[in-house]
Design a protein around this ligand. Structure first.
Ligand SMILES: NC(=O)c1ccc[n+]([C@@H]2O[C@H](COP(=O)([O-])OP(=O)(O)OC[C@H]3O[C@@H](n4cnc5c(N)ncnc54)[C@H](OP(=O)(O)O)[C@@H]3O)[C@@H](O)[C@H]2O)c1
Length: 270
């Protein structure tokens, strides 16, 4: 199939509107651009209004689609009411929950409110969004939901314990709803990304020449959009796939946690 035909069929299944939550930077901005390139209009959601509006304008100008920028904290209790209000009149065929709250550091040094906030943004948010937009997609008989997990989902993650556990939640949650929703015409894909060059990743001051190699956000997003409708769980990148298979299938779980602890220890804040 030629690219134009592929885009038209993607847009028919998952358009005309996509909502990207956590869209102002990094992987979320890459999702917004890649979806607009496939002809979808985009609702961009994040806390910072300025980068959101700039990206919305860039996408409108470059791809000729419609955009809406919604400044919203996905950790707030009003999140669903606000999303409902902002998207009520839009035919939303795809929801991408990309935002995450990430705090690297010893568990006991982080405040309890920060840990609980990570659960709000990383777990409550995806459940609320999947329930809300999934319900609307059920009525139209088609659509897609993308959730972001991580290689940290496959075992305990020292110095990232709450974040890693929240990513395991996304993986297991997506597997469960993926089975249910595909019977309703709704495709679910969860992306277990490895290190990806984003502002969030760079802020953790990763060591140079880290292994496995860092992926570019566009490459991750393209592989997720290719997987949508084909597979529920995706580990993007050949090296990441090999590494995650090793961690999950060959190493005893406790050994995998030790390796993970060693890899994270020494990063900014640990
Ligand atoms: N980068 C990696 O190496 C990597 C690896 C594995 C998995 N992932 C996953 O990929 C996703 C994106 O990661 P990233 O590295 O691109 O992150 P990032 O560079 O930190 O960007 C996160 C995005 O989410 C938004 N966001 C964060 N908290 C929010 C909140 N409370 N409410 C609304 N928006 C919020 C941020 O915008 P505002 O600050 O404007 O709100 C930003 O647009 C995450 O789910 C992460 O767990 C990333």
């Amino acid at each position: 199939m030629r690219r134009a035909e592929r885009n038209a069929s993607f847009s028919l299944r998952y358009g005309p509107w996509a909502v990207v939550l956590g869209a102002s930077a990094g992987l979320g901005a890459a999702y917004a651009r890649e979806l607009a390139a496939r002809g979808l209009s985009i609702v961009l959601v994040a806390r910072r209004a300025e980068p959101l509006s700039a990206l919305a304008a860039e996408i409108r100008a470059k791809f000729g689609v419609e955009t809406r920028a919604v400044a919203l904290d996905l950790g707030s209790p009003e999140v669903l009411a606000a999303l409902e209000r902002e998207t009520r009149n839009l035919d939303v065929g795809l929801a991408v929950y990309n935002a995450a709250s990430v705090d690297i550091g010893p568990f006991l040094d982080g405040s309890l409110s920060d840990h609980l906030r990570a659960i709000d943004v990383n777990c409550r948010g995806p459940v609320a969004v999947a329930h809300h937009f999934g319900g609307r997609m059920r009525e139209r008989g088609r659509g897609g939901i993308v959730l972001m997990s991580s290689l940290t989902a496959f075992g305990g993650s020292p110095y990232l314990a709450t974040y890693g556990a929240s990513k395991a939640f996304n993986l297991i949650f997506a597997e469960g709803i993926g089975y249910e929703l595909r019977r309703l015409g709704i495709d679910v894909t969860v992306c277990c990304a490895g290190a990806t060059r984003t502002p969030g990743y760079e802020a953790s001051a990763p060591p140079k020449g880290a292994f496995p190699p860092v992926m570019e956000p566009e490459a991750v997003v393209r592989s997720v959009l290719r997987a949508l409708g084909r597979r529920t769980v995706l580990v993007p990148g050949g090296v990441n796939r090999a590494l995650s298979a090793l961690m999950r299938r060959l190493l005893p779980r406790a050994a995998a946690v030790e390796i993970m602890g060693g890899a994270v220890r020494g990063l900014e804040g640990t």
